[in-house]
Design a protein around this ligand. Structure first.
Ligand SMILES: CCCCCCCCCCCCCC(=O)SCCNC(=O)CCNC(=O)[C@H](O)C(C)(C)COP(=O)(O)OP(=O)(O)OC[C@H]1O[C@@H](n2cnc3c(N)ncnc32)[C@H](O)[C@@H]1OP(=O)(O)O
Length: 219
C-alpha cells in the first residue's frame, strides 16, 4: 500500500467545468418555503385517505401550479456553494436527492465538518419507508454514500463512488433522529478509503466501507 502524503489539492471551482454555481445564501426564502411545503405535500399525498372528489380537485390544482412553475429550468449540473461551520465551503448539485437545497424529495441531510470527518442528523418519515416502520435499505445506502462522498471531497478533492459496501447491523427506524458520520481512513493514489455509520440513540444500525476515486482535475 502507498499512502498519499501529498497536501490536499485545491478544491475545484465547478465554473471551470461549465457548471453554474448558486450561493446557498442567495436561494430565495420563497423557494425554500415552496420546497418545504412540497416536501410536506409529497408526504401527505403518499399517506392520504381523502375522498375521490377531493383527490380530483387536488390533482387539477397541482396540474395548474406545475404548469406555472415549469418555466426557465436550471441547467443540469447546477451547483450550490455552501459555507460550512469551519469557515470552508463545499459544492454540491442543487437537486442532489439526499442533500439538494431545492429538491423537495430530499430528506435533506446536511453534513458539517468535524475533527474526524463529517457529521449530520436527519429524521426520516414514511416517504423513506421500506419494511413497516423502517428506513428502506436503498435510502440507508444513499445517506451513507452522501456521507462518505462528502468526507472524501472535503478531506481530499471531489470523486465518484467506485465501491460502497453496506453492513445493515440493526433495523433503522423511521421518526427517530439518525446520526450520520463518515471519516477518511487512508488514501492510495486517486483512491480514498472512507468509513461511514448511521447511529440511532448511539447504537450503530448501518456501517459502510467505501472507495471513492478522485476525479482528475484538468490543470
Ligand atoms: C466540481 C465539484 C464537485 C463537488 C461534489 C461533491 C459532492 C460529494 C457528495 C456526492 C456523494 C455521492 C457520490 C455518488 O453518488 S457518485 C455516483 C456513483 N458512482 C459512479 O457513477 C461511478 C462510476 N464509475 C466510474 O465512473 C469509474 O469506474 C471510476 C471513476 C470510479 C474509476 O474510473 P477511472 O477510469 O477514473 O479510474 P481507474 O479505472 O483508472 O481506477 C483508478 C483506481 O481506482 C480503482 N478502482 C476503480 N474502480 C474500483 C472498484 N469498483 N473497486 C475498487 N477499486 C476500484 C482502480 O483499480 C484504480 O486503482 P489503482 O490502480 O490506483 O490501485
Amino acid at each position: 500500500m502507498t499512502v498519499n502524503t501529498q497536501p490536499a489539492p485545491q478544491r475545484p471551482d465547478p465554473r471551470a467545468f461549465g457548471l453554474p454555481v448558486v450561493e446557498q445564501a442567495d436561494i430565495p426564502a420563497e423557494l425554500r418555503d415552496l420546497v418545504a411545503r412540497v416536501h410536506t405535500l409529497i408526504d401527505v399525498v403518499a399517506n392520504t385517505g381523502a375522498d375521490t372528489d377531493t383527490l380530483a380537485e387536488a390533482a387539477a390544482t397541482i396540474e395548474d401550479v406545475t404548469a406555472r412553475l415549469d418555466v426557465a429550468r436550471r441547467q443540469i449540473g447546477t451547483m450550490v456553494r455552501r459555507e460550512l461551520d469551519d469557515g470552508t465551503a463545499e459544492h454540491g448539485t442543487i437537486t442532489n436527492i439526499v442533500a439538494g437545497d431545492t429538491n423537495p424529495a430530499a430528506p435533506p441531510l446536511f453534513l458539517q465538518p468535524t475533527a474526524e470527518g463529517v457529521r449530520g442528523e436527519v429524521t426520516l418519515g414514511t416517504l423513506y419507508q421500506g419494511p413497516p416502520g423502517l428506513v428502506h435499505g436503498g435510502w440507508i445506502a444513499a445517506l451513507l454514500d452522501q456521507a462518505v462522498g462528502t468526507a472524501s471531497s472535503l478531506a481530499t478533492s471531489p470523486g465518484l463512488t467506485a465501491k460502497l459496501e453496506v453492513d445493515y447491523r440493526r433495523p433503522t427506524p423511521l421518526f427517530n433522529p439518525l446520526e450520520i458520520t463518515a471519516e477518511v481512513r487512508r488514501t492510495e493514489r486517486r483512491k480514498v478509503f472512507v468509513t461511514g455509520r448511521i447511529r440511532v440513540n448511539g447504537e450503530i444500525t448501518a456501517e459502510a466501507n467505501a472507495i471513492m476515486v478522485r476525479v482528475e482535475i484538468p490543470a
